[in-house]
Design a protein around this ligand. Structure first.
Ligand code: MLT
Length: 398
C-alpha cells in the first residue's frame, strides 16, 4: 500500500473558488429561472486584443509548414518572448535581464511550484488575508505558515516587524484580495527587512498593469537591493486577458545566491532552471507568439484599453459603496474591491445572502484568511451591463 502525502488532510476540503463554483451550481440548478451575475473569481470577460490574435495566428501558421514548424521549445521560454518581457520592464523604468525570465503557463502554477526549491524548515511569513494558493501549496508540503495581520487599521498593508525573523515572505501588490498596493517606501522597508534577515521575498505582481498612480512601484525590482532578495511572479491573465489562454513568467535574478547547510553556495536561478527543465516542457509556441504580441507597444495599448474598461467597472462598484457609506479598500490601482459586509454579517453568511436575495456572486473574505471573515470581494472583471445590474440590485437590497 502506498504511503500518502497526508499533509493533504490538513487542507480545507476544497479550493476556495471550487467551493464557490459548487455552491453557485447548486443554486442555479435549483433556480433555473434566476439570472445569476458572477463577480466572484477574477476572470476576465473581454476578448483578446486584435494584436494578440494576430500573434496567435502567426504561431498557428508557423505550425502548418515544415520550414517553420516547432517541436519542443526552450523550457525557459523562447528568446523573443523573454526579450519582449524584458523590454516591457524597461519601458516601465525597470531593468530585468531577459535571461532571468522564465516563461510559464501562469503565476498560479509558479507561486505553487516555487515551494520545490525551498526546504521545509523555513519561517514563512504571509499576510492574512492572502491568496489561498500560497497557503495551500505550503500545507501540501507540510510547512507551517506565520501570518501577519492585514486589517483596516493598516489599510491591509502589513509591514515587517524587525523583531520577528522570517526566511520566506509572500507579498502580492496590488493585492489579491484587498486591492491595496504598497508604495515605494513601504516596499523598501520589506526589501531592507529581507536583506537584513537573508530572506527571500516571493513577490506576486499579477495585477501590476492596473497601477495608474506613477508613485506606486509596478515591480519589486523598482526597489534598490531587490535583486538580492526577491523572486517576482507575473501573469498575462489580468494584464492581457489570458485567463483561458495561459501564460505567465517568473523572474529569478542570478544575484540570488544563498549558503547550503554544508557551506556551499546555491543559486536560486540555477535551481529553478533545474526544476523547470526537469518538470516542465515550456509554454506552447503559439501562446508565446500571442504573449509577445501583447508586450509590444501596440499590443500593450490594447491591453490598457481593456484595463480602463475594468477600472470603470470598479468605479461603478465603488460609487455604490460611497453612496451607502460602506467601508471599502482597493478598486483604484486594482480590479478588486474589498468591503465590509453590511449589517455585521460574516462573509459566508453574506455570500449566501447575496446569492439568495440578489443573485450576485462575490468572494467571501474568510476564504482568504481569518482577517477576511467580515469582508467581501467583488471583481471588476464582469461586463459593464452585468456590473451595473449587480450594483443596482445591491443598492436596492442593502
Ligand atoms: C482570483 O479570483 O483570486 C483569481 O482569479 C485567482 C487566480 O488568479 O488564480
Amino acid at each position: 500500500m502506498p504511503k500518502l502525502n497526508e499533509n493533504y488532510k490538513n487542507l480545507k476540503e476544497s479550493y476556495l473558488f471550487s467551493e464557490i463554483a459548487h455552491r453557485v451550481d447548486a443554486y442555479t440548478k435549483a433556480n433555473p429561472d434566476k439570472k445569476v451575475i458572477r463577480l466572484g473569481i477574477g476572470d476576465v470577460t473581454l476578448p483578446l486584443g486584435s494584436h494578440v490574435i494576430e500573434g496567435l495566428h502567426e504561431g498557428v501558421n508557423a505550425m502548418a509548414s515544415s520550414e517553420t514548424f516547432k517541436g519542443y521549445g526552450p523550457e525557459q521560454g523562447y528568446a523573443f518572448l523573454r526579450e519582449a518581457i524584458s523590454d516591457y520592464y524597461k519601458r516601465n523604468g525597470i531593468c530585468v535581464d531577459a535571461s532571468d525570465i522564465f516563461v510559464s503557463d501562469g503565476a498560479k502554477s509558479d507561486t505553487g511550484n516555487i515551494t520545490d526549491i525551498f526546504g521545509n524548515d523555513n519561517v514563512i511569513l504571509m499576510p492574512d488575508p492572502v491568496y489561498p494558493v500560497y497557503v495551500d501549496t505550503n500545507i501540501m508540503c507540510g510547512r507551517n505558515v506565520t501570518y501577519i495581520a492585514g486589517n483596516a487599521d493598516n489599510h491591509f498593508l502589513p509591514m515587517p516587524d524587525p523583531d520577528v525573523h522570517a526566511d520566506l515572505i509572500y507579498i502580492c501588490s496590488p493585492n489579491n484580495p484587498t486591492g491595496a498596493a504598497y508604495n515605494k517606501e513601504q516596499l523598501k522597508e520589506w526589501v531592507d527587512y529581507a536583506l537584513a534577515n537573508e530572506a527571500v521575498i516571493l513577490y506576486d505582481s499579477a495585477y501590476e498593469a492596473f497601477i495608474s498612480d506613477p508613485e506606486l512601484p509596478r515591480s519589486i525590482y523598482a526597489i534598490e537591493g531587490a535583486k538580492k532578495c526577491a523572486i517576482e511572479f507575473c501573469s498575462l491573465s489580468k494584464t492581457a486577458g489570458f485567463t483561458g489562454t495561459r501564460c505567465g513568467y517568473t523572474v529569478v535574478p542570478k544575484e540570488l545566491v544563498f549558503k547550503a547547510s554544508d557551506g556551499s553556495e546555491l543559486s536560486l536561478h540555477a535551481m529553478w532552471n533545474r526544476r523547470q527543465t526537469t518538470k516542465f516542457n515550456g509554454t506552447s509556441y503559439i501562446i508565446q507568439k500571442g504573449a509577445a504580441a501583447a508586450f509590444s507597444a501596440e499590443g500593450m495599448a490594447q491591453c490598457q484599453e481593456n484595463i480602463r474598461y475594468y477600472k470603470e467597472n470598479a468605479k461603478i462598484i465603488a460609487s455604490v459603496f460611497d453612496e451607502k457609506g460602506i467601508r471599502y479598500f482597493g478598486g483604484i490601482n486594482s480590479p478588486y474591491i474589498w468591503f465590509e459586509c453590511p449589517n455585521g454579517m460574516d462573509s459566508w453568511e453574506f455570500f449566501d445572502c447575496m446569492l439568495n436575495t440578489i443573485q450576485v456572486v462575490g468572494t467571501p473574505g474568510a476564504g482568504f484568511g481569518e482577517n477576511g471573515k467580515n469582508f467581501f470581494r467583488l471583481t471588476a472583471f464582469g461586463n459593464r451591463e452585468n456590473t451595473i445590474e449587480a450594483m443596482e440590485r445591491f443598492k436596492a437590497a442593502f
